[in-house]
Design a protein around this ligand. Structure first.
Ligand SMILES: Cc1cc2nc3c(=O)[nH]c(=O)nc-3n(C[C@H](O)[C@H](O)[C@H](O)COP(=O)(O)OP(=O)(O)OC[C@H]3O[C@@H](n4cnc5c(N)ncnc54)[C@H](O)[C@@H]3O)c2cc1C
Length: 507
């Protein structure tokens, strides 16, 4: 009698990946790769939408592929760059042609001060020189330096970024620096963002005595060796600094297309228009019930499942099996963002624009009204391969946690409002509201204080189910590299669980 071993299996286990965003695609890529520590598995990717990629999407504009959401990924976190290299896209990686950004503060664009750690100042001098703060606001920030706390408040577990920074450096620093910079990544509100999940170093720094700026400066030096969702505040000193961000010449979204294409060559089955409506447990296997009309039929049977969908759909699918985890997932809120892409005649822009774009704090007004625009990327300056003579291609973002005004405007109204605000901010004459409007509804998960505990509990509950793991932006990082990393880690754990089982029917 032969003992069933990995080599002795006669049928390949099937692993289903639900969701073909970058997390699901990375999971499928990991599963489809030949490895020494696990048998090859048959991979089936099931995607609800009509195309793979999820939040990665681009459009052709006059022969250029222009990203409609993520246009860059962090270079210091290795996962996305490694994936590009594995796919043979190393030569396609492009670095931004400009660096730095501005903030609309006290009525005009001002360059971000140096010495920021994820938007939090670590030095006082650059704050003074930035012109972003009134004398009274600077005095308030300086209290951190001149009146170091005798006793710090130990932060137990987690707290909101806004309260930790505001307590030490004053409200203006939160509103004009921390909010726009952190919000530029996840459209979040600093008063409701978990420090543990978004700026972990702040928790330790705020618990210590002495100046917060100094503690962050010290921690920043140590942390520069570790990968972070948001990357370093400033490039390392000495020598040519490596780029902080990468994109691909054919757009950041082309990473998803490349993974999808490579999966086809590795024999993975991929189905679009195939929403998974229900997960049924059959012994230690799974039956995935599909929405009517799926080209994959009415169900798919699998030995293991990677669930790489946003928190809401994950909660619905998991509810019958782990109701408490489903409830925790339901509690993850999402912010909607609408981006407006438009070409501005270069000649209409007075002077030269600095950096890759600008951010707009929540309480700034433009044209006498609260600004709709939350930030703007100068796409054709940031990415020289997008440049066309005489034209500045820009992408403005609108909407964020707590501000859903764009949902009340139709595309034409929003394009007109954004064009008018950009004209005012950039000092151009009136701009034609001829723009491409892309709505990302409930797109960015908001990591509230306690988020990491929530995620740990979900993972613990899900870990007790047979060969099932969750992945994606809802959990431990919204950036593309974090999503790639979470997809691959989920795939490894499911492959291991599947590999450790005896072959069905082997007794
Ligand atoms: C406007 C915008 C700008 C951004 N900019 C950047 C940036 O510059 N850099 C960066 O690193 N990150 C950026 N991000 C964040 C990043 O792009 C996303 O967090 C990431 O792409 C999410 O990947 P994901 O695979 O976790 O989820 P998603 O991309 O949401 O993929 C999940 C997939 O699951 C599918 N699905 C849902 N339910 C089901 C079901 N029941 N059955 C089957 N399929 C289902 C969905 O259709 C979707 O395709 C940005 C995001 C947005 C919205």
């Amino acid at each position: 009698m032969t003992t069933p071993t990995r080599a002795a299996r006669t049928t390949r286990p099937v692993v289903a990946v639900v969701g073909a965003g970058i997390a699901g695609l990375a999971a499928a890529w990991e599963l489809a790769s030949e490895t020494a520590d696990g048998p090859p598995v048959d991979v089936v990717v099931l995607e609800a939408a009509g195309r793979p990629g999820g939040k990665l999407r681009s459009v052709d504009l006059d022969g250029r592929r222009v990203d409609l959401a993520a246009d860059a990924f962090l270079a210091r976190r290795p996962e996305a760059t490694e994936l590009c290299r594995e796919l043979g896209l190393g030569d396609e990686l492009v670095a931004p042609g400009q660096s730095g950004a501005s903030v609309l503060a006290r009525g005009r664009l001002r360059q971000l001060p140096g010495g920021l750690h994820l938007g939090i100042p670590t030095r006082f001098g650059p704050l003074v020189r930035s012109g972003m703060f009134s004398p009274a606001e600077l005095v308030r920030a300086a209290l951190d330096v001149v009146v170091p706390r005798a006793r710090a408040h130990p932060v137990l577990g987690d707290a909101a970024v806004g309260s930790l920074v505001g307590d030490r450096l004053g409200r203006a620093v939160v509103d004009r620096l921390v909010g726009p910079l952190l919000g530029g990544i996840n459209a979040g509100d600093p008063d409701q963002l978990s420090a543990a999940a978004t700026v972990p170093v702040l928790l330790a720094a705020a618990s210590q005595t002495g100046s917060l700026m100094r503690r962050l400066r010290e921690a920043g030096t140590r942390a520069s060796a570790r990968p972070s969702e948001l990357g370093p505040a400033e490039p390392p000193q000495g020598g040519a600094p490596p780029p902080v961000f990468w994109s691909l010449r054919s757009s950041t979204a082309s990473l998803a297309e490349a993974v999808d294409g490579a999966l086809a060559t590795r024999g993975a089955t991929r189905h679009v228009d195939s929403a998974v409506e229900r997960l049924e447990r059959v012994g230690d296997r799974w039956r995935l019930h599909l929405a009517p009309g799926s080209p994959a039929g009415d169900h798919v049977d699998a030995d293991g499942v990677v669930l790489a969908v946003p928190a809401g759909p994950a909660a619905s699918l998991l509810r019958p099996h782990v109701p408490a985890a489903a409830e925790l997932l339901e509690g993850v809120e999402y912010a909607s963002v609408t981006v407006v892409t438009l070409a501005i005649p270069e000649a209409s822009v007075p002077g030269s624009l600095a950096g890759t774009g600008f951010l707009v704090p929540r309480n700034e007004h433009v044209g006498g009204r609260p600004a709709l625009v939350t930030g703007c990327t100068y796409l054709s300056l940031k990415w020289p391969h997008l440049r066309r003579h005489g034209e500045l291609l820009v992408r403005a973002s609108t909407g964020r946690a707590g501000d859903d005004r764009p949902a009340d405007l139709d595309d034409d109204e929003l394009a007109a409002a954004v064009s008018a605000e950009l004209a005012e901010i950039l000092g151009t004459g009136p701009l034609a509201p001829d723009a491409l409007v892309t709505r990302w509804v409930d797109a960015l998960p908001q990591y509230r204080p306690g988020h990491l505990l929530r995620v740990a509990r979900v993972e613990e509950a899900v870990g007790k189910l047979p060969a099932l793991a969750v992945a994606g932006a809802a959990y431990r990082g919204v950036g593309v590299p974090a999503c790639v990393g979470s997809g691959r880690a989920a795939a490894r754990s499911v492959r291991e669980a599947v590999a450790s089982r005896p072959e069905p029917g082997s007794g």
